[in-house]
Design a protein around this ligand. Structure first.
Ligand code: M6R
Length: 609
């Protein structure tokens, strides 16, 4: 969603800010802007649409020479996308400039009372109240004015402020929305996500909830809300700037699909040692506590939810534990039955998805143990959990999740095996056999991707179809749900994904001559039943596109098209069977001329409920 970049240092910052915004594009936005302190006054440049529009506006303007500034990409929540609503916002006198991510929930009351005091607003946004609040409280000390402003606002937010009389100074604050400091030499950055400054520095400090940060070219001071200094470690991130580049691929999504073997191998690395067993060292919930767990509750959104669906099968099958699962946005409206012996697992690539965070907090307040599965070090989910299991997929820029999804599935498989080990629900030799097979999957996936040729051909035949149905059973069902989500997200083609056995209870009515039906039909204990469903589809003259296990020649006679994946045991098959569906969606979207990396209306990280 919205993105923040701020810079203070010696260099001209217009381009640095603009390049930072480019790196945040993947989060989704509909307008953008910069404000810089130039010749003792704040200059503001904003534009609706993508960054090319902003670039046009920036051409030839006088921001050169400025070495303090803010940049923002806005994803509209309060007020339509327009130049006036784009950030940065200014106070009445144009002395103060702010950029904000998140939502100020009480902005209407604040706006009314500020207006009554004579403040004039120029936008419909909630964010603008912060500029006016800081103006109201400013008496020569910007830090104190920001502090007072925070005490007036409710909601979740991260923002940065500059003042024309405080050259070199940026004050930042956060509550539940990410804000990170990129520590440089004689210069510093603040941003809502690391890629924004990754080409300039890999040294990062994470701002915590209810904290402020005071940044100058030579210093970073983190403060609590009593304005007491806090110690904070500088962490060196292992991603390099290249991770934020396309590296020869035409899109980030394609690059990330091809990075999946590495993401998977990294997620497994060191956790399944050759000598046997499962080692999850960073899991700070003790083995004793985990042994007492009698229910696992998985909460997540979107693609992460689909990883959770795969998790349900492996947790039940290997760890013999009762599993419940819900989309995070619904979890809170139920009355979930949780106890200290429930393990709630929040799955979130970003670790910042508002719905998932709310669900995790609610679970914790109800006494459950909470584990976060996330890809982002220091993200909010890691703070809201009792323990963390990291996926190690590296930076994912494409809005449509791919490599983080397979890494999430692997992380849940690791957790299920670990619980099986603790709970003695699988003999050690069986755990070791699964572990050996799991370690071999990255190589199988690499071999598959190196030789993959069918998905593109199939896409060429079907990309003009108006609708796709996806069918699967058992662990094939979450794969279908994910494949269908990928296709609708990036190609805008309507899709339905159904449990194959449910087709005859409704969706079969949608089928017509030639309707494409994607069926996940891997070898396994439900295969024969899936074949029966394929027959039902064929009887309606619909076209079957099957994902099947290498060596299954019989399925060719039942399907128009087959995408073969390497053979694995059934519980591991989702790691591989999702890949052809990602590719199919990718090629269809490309053929339709869609922007696969930044699909319309979507944001990489959804920080609003
Ligand atoms: O960062 P998270 O994993 O919590 O994000 C959850 C969803 O927003 C995300 O998976 C979304 O569905 C993606 N667009 C999927 O491609």
């Amino acid at each position: 969603m919205c993105g923040i970049i701020a810079y203070t240092g010696q260099r001209q910052c217009k381009d640095l800010l603009y390049q930072g915004l480019r790196k945040l594009e993947y989060r989704g936005y509909d307008s953008a802007g910069l404000s810089v302190l130039s010749d003792g006054r704040i200059e503001l440049v904003r534009a609706v649409g993508n960054l090319d529009s902003l670039e046009q506006e920036l051409r030839g303007d006088g921001c050169t020479g400025a070495s303090l500034g803010l940049g923002h990409t806005r994803w509209a929540t309060h007020g339509r996308p327009s130049t006036e609503n784009a950030h940065p916002h200014l106070d009445c006198d144009g002395k103060i400039s702010i950029v904000l991510n998140g939502i100020i929930e009480n902005y209407q009351e604040l706006r009314a009372s500020l207006k009554a005091e004579g403040h004039e607003f120029t936008s419909e946004t909630d964010a603008e109240v912060v500029a006016h609040l800081v103006e109201k409280f400013y008496e020569g000390d910007l830090v104190a004015a920001v502090r007072k402003s925070i005490s007036e606002i409710s909601g979740h937010f991260a923002f940065c402020v500059i003042h024309k009389d405080h050259g070199g100074l940026i004050v930042g604050a956060r509550k539940e929305c990410p804000l990170l400091i990129g520590v440089g030499k004689g210069e510093n950055f603040i941003a809502s996500a690391i890629p924004a400054f990754l080409s300039e520095t890999r040294d990062v400090m994470v701002l915590g909830d209810d904290e402020m940060v005071v940044v100058t070219p030579d210093g970073v001071q983190i403060l609590d809300l009593e304005l007491q200094p806090l110690d904070r470690e500088v962490t060196r991130v292992s991603w390099d700037a290249e991770a934020a580049e396309k590296g020869g691929y035409e899109t980030f999504m394609r690059k990330e699909i091809y990075e999946q073997p590495g993401a998977l191998a990294d997620t497994l690395a060191g956790r399944l040692p050759d000598e046997g067993g499962v080692v999850l060292e960073e899991l700070t919930i003790s083995a004793e506590d985990l042994a007492k767990i009698d229910k696992v509750y998985l909460v997540a959104c979107g693609t992460s939810y689909h990883a959770g669906l795969v998790g349900r099968y492996v947790l039940e099958n290997w760890a013999r534990v009762a599993v419940e699962l819900d989309v995070a946005s619904e979890f809170r409206y139920r009355d979930p039955v949780l106890s200290p012996s429930t393990l709630v697992v929040g799955i979130s690539q970003s670790g910042e998805t508002a719905d998932t965070l709310v669900a995790m907090r609610q679970a914790r307040s109800l006494g459950a143990k909470v584990l976060a599965i996330t890809n982002i070090m220091g993200s909010q989910a890691t703070r809201d959990a009792d323990g963390v299991l990291y996926t190690r997929a590296g930076l994912e820029i494409g809005v449509a999740a791919t490599k983080t999804h397979v890494a999430q599935i692997a992380a849940i498989q690791l957790l299920a095996l670990y619980l099986a080990q603790i709970r003695n629900t699988l003999p050690a030799d069986e755990i070791d056999a699964i572990a050996r097979e799991l370690r071999s999957v990255p190589e199988l996936m690499r071999g598959y991707l190196d030789n993959e040729a069918t998905a593109h051909e199939i896409a060429k035949r079907y990309y003009q179809q108006p609708f796709f149905l996806y069918l699967g059973r058992g662990v094939g069902l979450p794969v279908c749900l994910e494949g269908a989500l990928k296709l609708k997200e990036i190609s805008y083609i309507p899709t339905e994904a159904y449990a194959a056995g449910e087709m005859k209870h409704g969706p079969i009515a949608l089928l017509d001559q030639g309707s494409p039906v994607v069926v996940v039909a891997n070898d396994g204990h439900v295969y024969e039943k899936v074949v029966s469903n394929i027959e039902e589809v064929r009887a309606r003259d619909a076209s079957v596109i099957a994902v099947a296990t290498e060596g299954n020649e019989g399925i060719r006679t039942l399907s128009e098209d087959v995408m073969y994946i390497p053979r694995t045991s059934e519980m591991l098959s989702p790691l591989l069977s999702v890949v052809p569906l990602q590719l199919l969606a990718y090629y269809i979207a490309q053929l339709k001329g869609c922007n696969v990396d930044q699909p319309r209306n979507l944001a990489k990280t959804v920080t609003v409920e």
